[in-house]
Ligand binder design. Structure first.
Ligand SMILES: Cc1cc2nc3c(=O)[nH]c(=O)nc-3n(C[C@H](O)[C@H](O)[C@H](O)COP(=O)(O)O)c2cc1C
Length: 353
């Protein structure tokens, strides 16, 4: 019987980035060497239920729990991650040119707080290599989101052209494209969260593709700025909003590093608060995806009631393992029974009605 706590004990003895690399090796090669594994894992972890099924973003989602960006930066683990239960997978952030990211160490666990701090800086293989991998499997059983970002060496003036190249690369091999201008680990990137850039970005995106293009935002924006930026994005064709990325509010941790973005349990309150304000403004007008500190069916359900169509997880997957996917979906079904909802569509945004 697979016991994640044992695996975690071993993994947590390694430094976090080495642990991630070992997991990537296993996830990348596991199904290749053991093809029956995919079926076994899918049976154990993947929840597919008519009551949770949604047709949104021009595709079908069998369950509402997705993998947030940053875990599978290079799209090497998509098959295994689907078998582990994720209802959609956001690969990336991918940049036009390959880049190494920031100097190590750049990934830290805060175990007691069930939180992570990272300053990875978009380490990735670049769009050509990632495209080669994804086009081999697309269209895929599970919706794929391509999360895209500019290279560190690209100036603000040239940033638009980076996003243009990336949209061209991924528009035909992903279900949805996610614009990342909210990572704290590329100097100046968050400055692109301004009206002029966002307008230019979505006007360009609309000319390039009919696929939904979503904006992922930071939790550190003033709420009025967040609403303003999202309004501009939506007015110019954005297909939805993902809130939120990691935070640079270091007061959330007792022993923080002085750099990088914080995710996990300590982000929950902040992420939830900004998501709720955005949902008050945009529920019913667009697709909303909530991410940040979600680690249980109760929290996921709360975000869905606030107005989220889908939720995403990253840090809690590290602390709780793949069973969490099933626990969240099964738990949502139980909460729906308790509250007398037949279908998830009745739950989404019930707080707003
Ligand atoms: C190690 C690490 C790397 C990440 N890399 C990215 C990234 O490349 N692009 C991105 O949009 N978000 C990235 N994120 C942010 C997550 O997608 C997510 O928004 C954030 O972690 C909050 O969710 P969580 O509390 O469930 O982890 C990263 C998060 C972590 C922990």
């Amino acid at each position: 019987m697979f016991d994640y706590n044992t695996v975690k004990k071993i993994f947590f003895k390694l430094n976090p980035e080495n642990a991630h690399n070992v997991a990537e090796f296993v996830f990348k090669n596991g199904i290749r060497f053991c093809p029956f594994l995919a079926n076994e894992l899918t049976k154990r972890y993947f929840v597919s239920n008519e009551r949770l099924k949604q047709n949104i973003l021009d595709t079908t989602f069998l369950n509402p729990v997705g993998l947030a960006a940053g875990f599978d930066k290079n799209a090497t683990m998509i098959k295994m991650l689907t078998a582990l239960g994720f209802g959609h997978i956001e690969f990336g952030t991918v940049t036009p040119k390959p880049q190494d990211g920031n100097p190590k160490p750049r990934l830290f666990r805060h175990i007691e707080q069930e939180s992570i701090q990272n300053a990875m800086g978009f380490n990735n293989d670049g769009m050509e290599k990632v495209k080669e991998r994804v086009e081999k499997i697309y269209p895929f059983a599970t919706p794929l989101f391509a999360n895209i970002g500019k290279n560190k060496t690209t100036s603000d003036e040239d940033a638009l052209s980076d996003y243009e190249k990336l949209i061209d690369k991924f528009k035909n091999i992903s279900n949805t494209i996610v614009i990342n201008i909210s990572s704290p680990n590329t100097p100046g990137l968050r400055n692109l969260q301004n009206e002029d850039f966002i307008k230019a970005l979505f006007v360009m995106a609309k000319e390039k593709t009919d696929k939904p293009v979503l904006l992922k935002i930071a939790p550190d924006l003033e709420i009025k700025d967040a609403i303003n930026i999202c309004s501009v994005a939506l007015e110019h064709g954005a297909g939805g909003i993902i809130a939120t990325n990691t935070t640079v509010d270091y007061s959330l941790l007792p022993n923080p590093q002085s750099f990088g973005g914080i995710s996990g349990k300590v982000l929950e309150e902040k992420s939830s608060a900004i998501f709720e304000e955005l949902a008050k403004e945009f529920y019913g007008k667009t697709t909303l995806i909530s991410v940040g500190g979600i680690d249980s069916a109760e929290i996921a359900y709360k975000r869905i009631k606030m107005g989220a169509n889908l939720v995403q997880i990253y840090s809690s997957f590290i602390f709780k393992g793949p069973k969490l996917n099933r626990d969240i979906s099964d738990g949502i079904l139980k909460l729906m029974d308790r509250d007398g909802f037949a279908h998830i569509s009745e739950v989404i945004g019930v707080d707003r009605r």
